[in-house]
Design a protein around this ligand. Structure first.
Ligand code: ADP
Ligand code: MG
Length: 363
Protein backbone atom coordinates (compact mmCIF):
# COMPACT_ATOMS: atom_id res chain seq x y z
CA UNK A 1 0.00 0.00 0.00
CA UNK A 2 1.36 3.37 -0.94
CA UNK A 3 0.61 6.15 1.49
CA UNK A 4 3.37 8.52 0.51
CA UNK A 5 1.00 10.96 -1.21
CA UNK A 6 -0.59 11.87 2.10
CA UNK A 7 0.94 14.87 3.84
CA UNK A 8 1.28 12.99 7.10
CA UNK A 9 1.05 9.28 7.65
CA UNK A 10 1.29 9.42 11.42
CA UNK A 11 0.73 11.66 14.41
CA UNK A 12 2.25 11.80 17.87
CA UNK A 13 -0.05 11.10 20.82
CA UNK A 14 0.33 13.02 24.06
CA UNK A 15 -1.53 11.62 27.06
CA UNK A 16 -1.53 13.83 30.12
CA UNK A 17 -2.89 13.29 33.68
CA UNK A 18 -5.64 10.86 32.67
CA UNK A 19 -7.73 9.67 35.60
CA UNK A 20 -10.77 7.42 35.40
CA UNK A 21 -12.79 6.13 38.33
CA UNK A 22 -15.74 3.76 38.54
CA UNK A 23 -17.45 4.43 41.87
CA UNK A 24 -14.62 4.34 44.37
CA UNK A 25 -12.30 2.36 42.12
CA UNK A 26 -9.52 4.27 40.40
CA UNK A 27 -8.97 2.40 37.15
CA UNK A 28 -6.53 4.95 35.71
CA UNK A 29 -4.64 7.23 37.99
CA UNK A 30 -2.84 10.27 36.63
CA UNK A 31 -1.52 8.51 33.54
CA UNK A 32 0.88 10.43 31.31
CA UNK A 33 2.58 9.06 28.21
CA UNK A 34 4.11 10.57 25.08
CA UNK A 35 4.01 8.43 21.96
CA UNK A 36 6.15 9.58 19.06
CA UNK A 37 4.91 9.96 15.53
CA UNK A 38 5.15 6.56 13.83
CA UNK A 39 6.09 4.77 17.01
CA UNK A 40 4.88 1.25 17.86
CA UNK A 41 3.95 1.54 21.54
CA UNK A 42 2.65 -1.40 23.54
CA UNK A 43 0.59 -1.13 26.71
CA UNK A 44 1.56 -4.20 28.73
CA UNK A 45 0.24 -5.26 32.09
CA UNK A 46 -1.63 -7.96 33.97
CA UNK A 47 -5.36 -8.39 33.60
CA UNK A 48 -7.23 -5.52 35.24
CA UNK A 49 -4.32 -3.07 35.13
CA UNK A 50 -6.26 -0.59 32.97
CA UNK A 51 -4.89 -1.27 29.48
CA UNK A 52 -8.24 -1.51 27.70
CA UNK A 53 -9.59 1.50 29.57
CA UNK A 54 -6.62 3.60 28.46
CA UNK A 55 -6.99 2.45 24.84
CA UNK A 56 -10.73 3.23 24.97
CA UNK A 57 -9.86 6.72 26.21
CA UNK A 58 -7.63 7.13 23.14
CA UNK A 59 -10.37 5.78 20.86
CA UNK A 60 -12.97 8.06 22.46
CA UNK A 61 -15.30 5.36 23.82
CA UNK A 62 -14.48 6.24 27.42
CA UNK A 63 -14.45 9.79 28.71
CA UNK A 64 -11.94 10.17 31.55
CA UNK A 65 -12.71 12.17 34.70
CA UNK A 66 -9.82 14.44 33.92
CA UNK A 67 -6.78 14.78 31.72
CA UNK A 68 -5.90 15.46 28.14
CA UNK A 69 -5.28 13.46 24.97
CA UNK A 70 -3.69 15.18 22.00
CA UNK A 71 -3.24 13.77 18.49
CA UNK A 72 -0.54 16.04 17.12
CA UNK A 73 -1.45 19.49 18.44
CA UNK A 74 -5.14 18.78 18.57
CA UNK A 75 -6.97 18.11 21.86
CA UNK A 76 -9.37 15.22 21.14
CA UNK A 77 -10.82 14.48 24.56
CA UNK A 78 -14.26 15.89 23.62
CA UNK A 79 -14.27 14.41 20.13
CA UNK A 80 -16.57 11.51 19.24
CA UNK A 81 -14.82 8.23 18.32
CA UNK A 82 -15.75 8.29 14.62
CA UNK A 83 -14.34 11.81 14.31
CA UNK A 84 -10.92 10.91 15.70
CA UNK A 85 -9.80 9.17 12.51
CA UNK A 86 -8.17 6.24 14.25
CA UNK A 87 -8.07 2.68 12.98
CA UNK A 88 -9.21 0.10 15.51
CA UNK A 89 -8.79 -3.61 15.84
CA UNK A 90 -10.36 -4.98 18.97
CA UNK A 91 -10.86 -8.57 19.95
CA UNK A 92 -14.62 -8.14 20.22
CA UNK A 93 -14.88 -5.74 17.31
CA UNK A 94 -16.28 -8.50 15.17
CA UNK A 95 -16.52 -8.71 11.42
CA UNK A 96 -19.97 -8.94 9.84
CA UNK A 97 -20.19 -12.68 9.10
CA UNK A 98 -23.01 -12.47 6.54
CA UNK A 99 -21.17 -9.88 4.45
CA UNK A 100 -18.37 -10.46 1.94
CA UNK A 101 -14.75 -9.67 2.70
CA UNK A 102 -15.03 -6.70 0.36
CA UNK A 103 -18.11 -5.31 2.10
CA UNK A 104 -16.49 -5.72 5.52
CA UNK A 105 -13.32 -3.91 4.58
CA UNK A 106 -15.16 -1.25 2.59
CA UNK A 107 -17.48 -0.43 5.47
CA UNK A 108 -15.36 2.36 7.04
CA UNK A 109 -15.03 3.95 3.60
CA UNK A 110 -18.77 3.66 2.94
CA UNK A 111 -19.67 5.46 6.16
CA UNK A 112 -17.17 8.13 5.18
CA UNK A 113 -19.18 8.61 2.00
CA UNK A 114 -16.62 7.43 -0.55
CA UNK A 115 -17.88 6.34 -3.97
CA UNK A 116 -18.06 2.73 -5.11
CA UNK A 117 -15.13 2.80 -7.53
CA UNK A 118 -12.81 4.37 -4.93
CA UNK A 119 -13.93 1.87 -2.32
CA UNK A 120 -13.26 -1.03 -4.67
CA UNK A 121 -9.76 0.13 -5.52
CA UNK A 122 -8.84 0.89 -1.90
CA UNK A 123 -10.18 -2.47 -0.74
CA UNK A 124 -8.16 -4.30 -3.37
CA UNK A 125 -5.07 -2.36 -2.41
CA UNK A 126 -5.39 -3.14 1.30
CA UNK A 127 -6.11 -6.81 0.53
CA UNK A 128 -2.68 -6.94 -1.10
CA UNK A 129 -1.14 -5.37 2.01
CA UNK A 130 -2.55 -8.12 4.24
CA UNK A 131 -1.60 -10.73 1.63
CA UNK A 132 -5.16 -11.73 0.80
CA UNK A 133 -5.33 -10.40 -2.75
CA UNK A 134 -8.27 -11.96 -4.62
CA UNK A 135 -10.24 -12.77 -1.45
CA UNK A 136 -12.68 -9.85 -1.82
CA UNK A 137 -15.61 -12.00 -2.94
CA UNK A 138 -15.31 -14.59 -0.16
CA UNK A 139 -17.66 -14.72 2.79
CA UNK A 140 -16.21 -14.25 6.26
CA UNK A 141 -17.55 -17.67 7.28
CA UNK A 142 -15.32 -19.28 4.63
CA UNK A 143 -12.12 -17.93 6.15
CA UNK A 144 -9.73 -19.34 8.74
CA UNK A 145 -9.05 -17.60 12.05
CA UNK A 146 -5.82 -16.07 10.81
CA UNK A 147 -7.45 -14.83 7.61
CA UNK A 148 -10.24 -13.21 9.61
CA UNK A 149 -7.68 -11.40 11.75
CA UNK A 150 -6.07 -10.05 8.60
CA UNK A 151 -9.44 -8.90 7.29
CA UNK A 152 -10.07 -7.12 10.60
CA UNK A 153 -6.68 -5.50 10.24
CA UNK A 154 -7.41 -4.53 6.65
CA UNK A 155 -10.67 -2.90 7.79
CA UNK A 156 -8.76 -0.99 10.49
CA UNK A 157 -6.20 0.44 8.06
CA UNK A 158 -8.17 0.81 4.82
CA UNK A 159 -8.86 4.51 5.36
CA UNK A 160 -5.18 5.16 6.09
CA UNK A 161 -5.56 6.22 9.68
CA UNK A 162 -2.63 8.09 11.13
CA UNK A 163 -3.18 6.23 14.40
CA UNK A 164 -3.89 2.51 14.80
CA UNK A 165 -5.22 1.10 18.09
CA UNK A 166 -5.27 -2.64 18.76
CA UNK A 167 -6.55 -4.45 21.84
CA UNK A 168 -5.26 -8.03 22.18
CA UNK A 169 -5.83 -8.54 18.44
CA UNK A 170 -4.05 -11.89 18.30
CA UNK A 171 -5.05 -13.51 21.57
CA UNK A 172 -7.64 -15.80 19.96
CA UNK A 173 -5.08 -17.35 17.60
CA UNK A 174 -2.98 -20.40 18.33
CA UNK A 175 0.73 -19.96 19.00
CA UNK A 176 2.16 -20.51 15.50
CA UNK A 177 -0.36 -18.28 13.80
CA UNK A 178 0.04 -15.66 16.49
CA UNK A 179 3.80 -15.51 15.95
CA UNK A 180 3.33 -15.27 12.19
CA UNK A 181 0.82 -12.44 12.60
CA UNK A 182 3.17 -10.64 15.00
CA UNK A 183 5.81 -10.65 12.32
CA UNK A 184 3.34 -9.46 9.69
CA UNK A 185 1.95 -6.69 11.87
CA UNK A 186 5.44 -5.49 12.57
CA UNK A 187 6.36 -5.54 8.85
CA UNK A 188 3.16 -3.75 7.96
CA UNK A 189 3.89 -1.08 10.54
CA UNK A 190 7.33 -0.57 9.06
CA UNK A 191 5.77 -0.13 5.60
CA UNK A 192 2.85 2.11 6.53
CA UNK A 193 4.35 4.00 9.44
CA UNK A 194 1.22 4.92 11.36
CA UNK A 195 1.52 5.56 15.09
CA UNK A 196 0.41 2.28 16.66
CA UNK A 197 -0.77 1.44 20.17
CA UNK A 198 -1.09 -2.26 20.96
CA UNK A 199 -2.59 -3.66 24.15
CA UNK A 200 -1.39 -7.05 25.33
CA UNK A 201 -0.84 -9.02 28.51
CA UNK A 202 1.73 -11.22 26.74
CA UNK A 203 5.22 -10.00 27.55
CA UNK A 204 6.87 -11.93 24.75
CA UNK A 205 4.50 -10.38 22.23
CA UNK A 206 5.30 -6.96 23.66
CA UNK A 207 9.06 -7.57 23.50
CA UNK A 208 8.80 -8.78 19.89
CA UNK A 209 6.61 -6.07 18.44
CA UNK A 210 7.30 -2.78 20.12
CA UNK A 211 9.56 0.21 19.71
CA UNK A 212 8.72 0.98 23.33
CA UNK A 213 6.59 -0.63 26.02
CA UNK A 214 4.59 1.06 28.76
CA UNK A 215 4.10 -1.34 31.67
CA UNK A 216 0.85 -0.72 33.54
CA UNK A 217 0.15 -1.69 37.10
CA UNK A 218 -3.04 -0.85 38.98
CA UNK A 219 -3.93 1.97 36.62
CA UNK A 220 -0.51 3.57 36.74
CA UNK A 221 2.49 3.43 34.45
CA UNK A 222 5.24 1.50 36.19
CA UNK A 223 7.93 2.02 33.51
CA UNK A 224 8.21 3.07 29.87
CA UNK A 225 11.18 1.95 27.84
CA UNK A 226 12.47 -0.06 24.90
CA UNK A 227 12.13 -3.84 25.05
CA UNK A 228 15.81 -4.29 25.80
CA UNK A 229 15.97 -1.64 28.49
CA UNK A 230 12.86 -2.99 30.21
CA UNK A 231 14.25 -6.49 30.21
CA UNK A 232 17.80 -5.61 31.18
CA UNK A 233 17.16 -2.63 33.42
CA UNK A 234 13.78 -2.97 35.10
CA UNK A 235 13.19 -0.27 37.72
CA UNK A 236 11.13 -2.34 40.15
CA UNK A 237 10.44 -5.84 41.37
CA UNK A 238 7.08 -5.69 39.59
CA UNK A 239 8.57 -4.95 36.16
CA UNK A 240 11.42 -7.45 36.61
CA UNK A 241 8.98 -10.17 37.62
CA UNK A 242 6.54 -9.37 34.83
CA UNK A 243 9.16 -9.24 32.07
CA UNK A 244 10.62 -12.71 31.77
CA UNK A 245 11.73 -15.16 34.42
CA UNK A 246 13.58 -13.96 37.46
CA UNK A 247 14.29 -14.78 41.04
CA UNK A 248 15.22 -12.25 43.67
CA UNK A 249 17.69 -12.02 46.54
CA UNK A 250 17.14 -9.49 49.27
CA UNK A 251 20.10 -7.11 49.49
CA UNK A 252 20.99 -4.26 51.81
CA UNK A 253 22.12 -0.76 51.00
CA UNK A 254 25.04 0.27 53.27
CA UNK A 255 27.27 3.24 52.64
CA UNK A 256 27.43 3.54 48.87
CA UNK A 257 27.15 -0.16 48.21
CA UNK A 258 24.74 -3.06 48.07
CA UNK A 259 25.42 -6.18 50.12
CA UNK A 260 24.07 -9.70 49.88
CA UNK A 261 24.75 -10.87 53.42
CA UNK A 262 28.38 -9.87 53.98
CA UNK A 263 29.15 -9.93 50.28
CA UNK A 264 29.64 -6.56 48.62
CA UNK A 265 28.14 -6.55 45.12
CA UNK A 266 29.88 -5.13 42.08
CA UNK A 267 27.23 -3.19 40.18
CA UNK A 268 26.59 0.06 38.36
CA UNK A 269 22.90 -0.31 39.08
CA UNK A 270 21.31 2.72 40.69
CA UNK A 271 18.27 2.08 42.84
CA UNK A 272 16.68 4.64 45.13
CA UNK A 273 18.58 4.13 48.44
CA UNK A 274 15.55 5.38 50.38
CA UNK A 275 13.30 2.54 49.17
CA UNK A 276 11.93 0.15 51.77
CA UNK A 277 13.54 -2.93 50.24
CA UNK A 278 16.15 -3.70 47.62
CA UNK A 279 16.32 -6.88 45.59
CA UNK A 280 18.96 -8.34 43.33
CA UNK A 281 17.44 -9.63 40.08
CA UNK A 282 18.66 -13.04 38.95
CA UNK A 283 17.67 -13.89 35.38
CA UNK A 284 18.27 -17.62 34.76
CA UNK A 285 20.15 -17.04 31.49
CA UNK A 286 22.46 -14.38 32.95
CA UNK A 287 23.92 -16.75 35.55
CA UNK A 288 26.96 -18.81 34.70
CA UNK A 289 28.64 -21.83 36.27
CA UNK A 290 32.10 -20.47 37.04
CA UNK A 291 35.38 -22.30 36.75
CA UNK A 292 38.23 -21.83 39.19
CA UNK A 293 40.08 -18.59 38.48
CA UNK A 294 37.09 -16.77 37.01
CA UNK A 295 35.56 -15.76 40.28
CA UNK A 296 37.13 -12.37 40.93
CA UNK A 297 35.44 -10.84 37.85
CA UNK A 298 31.92 -11.83 38.92
CA UNK A 299 29.50 -11.53 41.77
CA UNK A 300 29.56 -15.09 43.08
CA UNK A 301 26.95 -17.28 44.74
CA UNK A 302 27.85 -20.69 46.09
CA UNK A 303 25.41 -23.57 46.10
CA UNK A 304 24.58 -27.16 45.27
CA UNK A 305 22.83 -28.39 42.14
CA UNK A 306 19.45 -29.94 43.02
CA UNK A 307 18.08 -30.55 39.53
CA UNK A 308 19.19 -30.48 35.93
CA UNK A 309 16.49 -30.47 33.27
CA UNK A 310 17.27 -30.98 29.60
CA UNK A 311 15.02 -28.68 27.58
CA UNK A 312 16.25 -29.07 24.03
CA UNK A 313 18.08 -25.88 23.19
CA UNK A 314 18.95 -25.17 26.81
CA UNK A 315 19.56 -26.83 30.11
CA UNK A 316 17.71 -25.61 33.20
CA UNK A 317 19.43 -26.21 36.51
CA UNK A 318 18.16 -25.50 40.01
CA UNK A 319 20.85 -24.47 42.45
CA UNK A 320 20.28 -24.31 46.22
CA UNK A 321 22.39 -21.43 47.52
CA UNK A 322 24.21 -21.73 50.85
CA UNK A 323 21.86 -18.97 51.99
CA UNK A 324 18.88 -21.26 51.26
CA UNK A 325 17.28 -19.84 48.09
CA UNK A 326 16.58 -22.12 45.12
CA UNK A 327 17.80 -20.37 41.95
CA UNK A 328 17.05 -21.42 38.35
CA UNK A 329 20.02 -21.25 35.96
CA UNK A 330 19.59 -21.61 32.22
CA UNK A 331 22.52 -22.41 29.95
CA UNK A 332 22.40 -22.69 26.21
CA UNK A 333 23.61 -26.19 25.39
CA UNK A 334 25.42 -25.34 22.14
CA UNK A 335 27.28 -22.42 23.64
CA UNK A 336 28.38 -24.14 26.78
CA UNK A 337 30.78 -27.00 26.54
CA UNK A 338 28.66 -29.95 27.66
CA UNK A 339 31.39 -31.14 29.98
CA UNK A 340 31.15 -27.90 31.97
CA UNK A 341 27.48 -28.42 32.79
CA UNK A 342 27.31 -29.67 36.37
CA UNK A 343 25.47 -32.73 37.66
CA UNK A 344 22.98 -33.09 40.47
CA UNK A 345 24.79 -32.90 43.81
CA UNK A 346 27.75 -30.87 42.50
CA UNK A 347 28.88 -27.87 44.48
CA UNK A 348 29.00 -24.91 42.12
CA UNK A 349 29.77 -21.22 42.09
CA UNK A 350 27.27 -19.16 40.12
CA UNK A 351 28.61 -16.00 38.53
CA UNK A 352 26.70 -12.86 37.66
CA UNK A 353 28.67 -10.31 35.66
CA UNK A 354 28.77 -6.80 37.23
CA UNK A 355 27.29 -5.34 34.01
CA UNK A 356 24.33 -7.68 34.39
CA UNK A 357 23.89 -7.10 38.11
CA UNK A 358 20.63 -5.24 38.52
CA UNK A 359 19.19 -4.05 41.82
CA UNK A 360 15.54 -3.02 41.98
CA UNK A 361 13.32 -1.46 44.59
CA UNK A 362 10.41 -3.28 46.15
CA UNK A 363 7.53 -2.26 48.38
P1 ADP B 1 -7.16 -4.62 31.36
O1 ADP B 1 -7.53 -4.32 29.95
O2 ADP B 1 -5.77 -4.21 31.72
O3 ADP B 1 -7.40 -6.05 31.73
P2 ADP B 1 -9.39 -2.90 32.04
O4 ADP B 1 -9.00 -1.56 31.56
O5 ADP B 1 -10.35 -3.67 31.21
O6 ADP B 1 -8.09 -3.77 32.33
O7 ADP B 1 -10.01 -2.76 33.49
C1 ADP B 1 -9.34 -2.17 34.55
C2 ADP B 1 -10.19 -2.29 35.80
O8 ADP B 1 -11.37 -1.49 35.64
C3 ADP B 1 -10.65 -3.69 36.09
O9 ADP B 1 -10.57 -3.91 37.47
C4 ADP B 1 -12.09 -3.69 35.61
O10 ADP B 1 -12.85 -4.61 36.35
C5 ADP B 1 -12.53 -2.27 35.86
N1 ADP B 1 -13.57 -1.80 34.93
C6 ADP B 1 -13.44 -1.71 33.59
N2 ADP B 1 -14.57 -1.23 33.04
C7 ADP B 1 -15.44 -1.01 34.05
C8 ADP B 1 -16.80 -0.52 34.14
N3 ADP B 1 -17.46 -0.15 33.03
N4 ADP B 1 -17.34 -0.43 35.36
C9 ADP B 1 -16.66 -0.79 36.46
N5 ADP B 1 -15.41 -1.26 36.47
C10 ADP B 1 -14.79 -1.38 35.27
MG1 MG C 1 -8.23 -5.60 28.41
Amino acid sequence: MNSTNDQTTSLPITIDSITKTYGIMKVLSDVGLSIKSGEFMTLLGPSGSGKTTLLMVLAGFIRPDQGSVKFGDEEVILKAPHRRGVGMMFQNYALFPHMSVEANIGYPLKIRGEDKATIKSKVNEVLETVQLGGYGGRRISELSGGQRQRIALARAIVFKPRILLMDEPLSALDKNLRELMQLELRTMHEQLGMTTVLVTHDQREALTMSDRIAVLRNGQIAQVDTSEALYNAPNSEFVAAFMGESSFLEVEHKGDFFFFGNQKLMTESIADPQAARHLLVLRPEKLEYLQRGEQDRYNCFEGTVEKILFQGESCLGYVRLLSGELIPVRRNIRESNRTTLPKVGDNVVLGLHPNETRIVTSE
